[in-house]
Design a binder for this molecule. Structure first.
Ligand SMILES: *Cc1c(COP(=O)(O)O)cnc(C)c1O
Length: 351
C-alpha cells in the first residue's frame, strides 16, 4: 500500500523509551525514576477522592497547580503552563518554535527525544558538540547555534549528568536571538538552577517534571514557566484538557510536601556520591553528576559488553550506542540495596 503519511513521519524511526521489562527481582536502573515513593500525602488524597467527580472535565489550565508553581519561582499564574509530563510541553514547544525554516539547536549528546520532535516538524537540527571527554560546554555556543529559532539547554544534562556553567547559560540567554529552553528535569538533584532567568529574559522558558525528583513518572506531569507572552502563545497549542483531574490533585499534594521531597533528593545525592566513588575505585571513568544518575565508562571502554553482563544478572541500566556515548553506561541511582547489587555484579567483572 502506498503511504499516506506525511514524508516527515515516514522518515523517522520514533523515540525508543527505556525498557520497562517484566522480570522478577529486577534491579531497574535504566530510566532515572526515583527509588522512593511519593509523599504519604498522595495516598491520603487518593483514599478520599470521590470517583463521582470524574463525571466532570478537569480544570483545563490546572490553575491551582499553576499558582503553586508560580509562587515557588516568584512568578505569577500567567507565567506558568502545565503539561501531561514535560514531554507534552516539549511537543508544544517544538510545534510553536520549529519548522523546516526554523531550526533547533541542541547540545550533543543530550536527551534523545529532541531530534525526534524536530523530525516530526521537518525542522533541521543544529548539533553543538560537548567536549568529547569531559562533556564541558563550548564558550561559543551562540555562534554555533547560527540561525536556530530554539536552543535547548538540558541542565543538568542527560545522559551525561553534568551542568552547563550558570554564567554561560546566562550569557546564552542574553545573546541568543531565539527561544532558549532550559530543561531542568533533574534540577532537584543539582546544587543550583536557572529559574531566575525565566523572569529576567523574555525569550527564556524553564521546564520541570514530576517524573524524577517528585517520584511521579507514572502520573505524567510537567510545567514550564517564562514570560506571559511565551506562555499565552503556548496555551494556544495545548490540548484543552491535557492534565486529568486526579493528576492535578495528586501532584498538588506531593508538591506541597516539599520537606519530604527534599529528604528523598538528599538521600539520592549522598548515594550518588558514594556510588561514584565506588565505581571510580573499580576503574570506571565517572562524569561528575548533578543528577540522579551517573554516566560512567567501564575500565575497558566497552559499554555494550558491560550492559549485557549486567542484564544477565537482571540489573538493567541504559546504554546509548555511538562513538562517544557507547563507551559509557547511564546508571540511575537506586536504593542503597540496588546500588550495592549493581556494584557486586560489576566487581565480578572488573575487580
Ligand atoms: C525525563 C526527562 C524528561 C521528560 O519527563 P516527563 O515529564 O516524564 O515527560 C524531559 N527532559 C529530560 C532531559 C528528561 O530526562
Amino acid at each position: 500500500m502506498k503511504s499516506y503519511f506525511r514524508k516527515e513521519i515516514d522518515a523517522i524511526a520514533g523515540y525508543t523509551p527505556g525498557e520497562q521489562p517484566k522480570v522478577a527481582n529486577l534491579i531497574k536502573l535504566n530510566t532515572n525514576e526515583n527509588p522512593y515513593p511519593p509523599s504519604p500525602e498522595v495516598l491520603k488524597v487518593l483514599r478520599n477522592f470521590d470517583p463521582a467527580r470524574l463525571r466532570r472535565y478537569p480544570d483545563p489550565t490546572a490553575d491551582a497547580l499553576r499558582d503553586l508553581f508560580a509562587v515557588s519561582v516568584n512568578m505569577q499564574r500567567d507565567n506558568v503552563i502545565i503539561g501531561n509530563g514535560s514531554d507534552d510541553l516539549l511537543t508544544m514547544i517544538f510545534r510553536a518554535f520549529t519548522s523546516p525554516e526554523l531550526p533547533v539547536a541542541v547540545f550533543e549528546p543530550t536527551y534523545s527525544l529532541y531530534p525526534v520532535l524536530a523530525a516530526m516538524q521537518g525542522a533541521p537540527v543544529i548539533k553543538i558538540l560537548l567536549d568529547q571527554n569531559t562533556f564541558a560546554y563550548p564558550a561559543d555556543a551562540v555562534k554555533q547555534a547560527g540561525n536556530a529559532n530554539l536552543l535547548i539547554i538540558t541542565r543538568p544534562n542527560a545522559p551525561t549528568g553534568n551542568c552547563a556553567d550558570k554564567e554561560l547559560v546566562k550569557e546564552i540567554c542574553a545573546n541568543f536571538d531565539g527561544i532558549v529552553l532550559i530543561d531542568e528535569a533533574y534540577s532537584d538533584f543539582a546544587s543550583d538552577n536557572c529559574a531566575e532567568f525565566a523572569a529576567e529574559f523574555d525569550n527564556v522558558l524553564v521546564m520541570r517534571t514530576f517524573s524524577k525528583g517528585s517520584s511521579m513518572a507514572g502520573l505524567r506531569l510537567g510545567y514550564a514557566f517564562g514570560s506571559k507572552v511565551l506562555i499565552s502563545g503556548l496555551m494556544k497549542l495545548k490540548d484543552s484538557y491535557n492534565v486529568d483531574m486526579l493528576s492535578q490533585e495528586l501532584a498538588k499534594a506531593n508538591f506541597q510536601d516539599a520537606a519530604y521531597r527534599k529528604e528523598c533528593s538528599e538521600k539520592i545525592i549522598a548515594d550518588r556520591e558514594k556510588l561514584a566513588a565506588d565505581l571510580t575505585e573499580l576503574g570506571f571513568n565517572v562524569v561528575p553528576s548533578q543528577a540522579n544518575f551517573l554516566f560512567a565508562a567501564p575500565p575497558d571502554g566497552d559499554g555494550a559488553g558491560c550492559f549485557a553482563a549486567l542484564r544477565e544478572e537482571a540489573v538493567i541500566v541504559r546504554y546509548f550506542p555511538g562513538e562517544v556515548t557507547g563507551k559509557y553506561l547511564r546508571i540511575t541511582i537506586g536504593t542503597p540495596e540496588e546500588n550495592a547489587r549493581l556494584l557486586e555484579v560489576l566487581k565480578k567483572r572488573f575487580a
